[in-house]
Design a protein around this ligand. Structure first.
Ligand code: HEM
Ligand code: HEM
Length: 169
């Protein structure tokens, strides 16, 4: 159900963000290059979120606040429905991750220009969102593992092969 582009962009984005994170104190060439590739991938994923197929489109998985609260309550009550695509909580984490990639790489790009080189505000924003990836990715992967256990299906495998085994709703 995850098309090849969704899967390829995901693992490419994860690799670049992780590489940029661990090279934040250098080497600069790796940090900046990984960051720029992450920006290109995030932009491509955002376009695909409007132009892609059923499971790729944001309109089909970004849930309303009410639906998200209801899903959260259902998880706490151990009665949450199974989603073939992203569930509402996972979807909001996806939005947060993509947003943070744009802010981090956008400010990184500005810091790389003559006009904003050394700009303290952009440095602070860049470092804040850049470091925010550590807790966000931990939550993201934690959510993936939690949901995999609860739904008894390996979501990581699904993001590699594009297949899920439980095709209800
Ligand atoms: C910096 C690191 C990461 C970023 C920025 C990131 C970002 C994202 C994004 C944007 C999506 C949405 C996929 C789409 O519809 O295109 C997603 C989904 C997913 N990610 Fe990551 N990811 C990261 C790391 C990881 C890692 C390390 C794993 C492995 C455990 C992982 C497993 C998944 C899975 C399984 C999904 C699908 C969730 C579902 O079934 O709803 N991600 N991630
Ligand atoms: C997702 C991609 C990126 C992540 C996760 C990230 C993360 C970070 C973090 C956490 C820092 C702060 C280091 C510290 O103060 O301890 C940093 C610094 C920096 N990054 Fe990035 N970065 C990314 C992309 C980029 C890009 C695309 C550029 C520019 C081409 C860039 C340029 C810089 C520069 C110039 C600094 C030093 C700023 C300073 O002196 O405080 N980064 N990055």
């Amino acid at each position: 159900m995850w098309d090849p582009l969704v899967r390829g962009l995901h693992w490419g984005l994860a690799t670049c963000v992780i590489a940029a994170f661990f090279t934040r104190h250098g080497p600069e060439i790796v940090h900046n290059t990984a960051g720029y590739i992450a920006l290109a991938i995030a932009l491509a994923r955002i376009v695909w979120g409007f132009a892609g197929g059923e499971f790729a489109r944001f309109a089909n998985f970004v849930a309303s606040p009410r639906a998200t609260v209801n899903y959260t309550l259902a998880v706490l009550g151990r009665r949450e429905p199974h989603y073939l695509g992203h569930n509402p909580l996972g979807a909001w984490m996806i939005v947060a991750l993509l947003f943070s990639v744009l802010v981090t790489t956008g400010t990184g790009w500005l810091l790389d220009t003559d006009a904003y080189f050394g700009d303290e505000l952009f440095e602070d924003v860049h470092a804040f969102f850049g470091k925010l990836f550590a807790p966000m990715v931990a939550l993201h992967v934690g959510g993936v593992i939690f949901t995999s256990l609860r739904q008894k299906e390996n979501l990581v495998t699904a993001m590699i092969t594009g297949r899920k085994t439980t095709p209800d709703n």
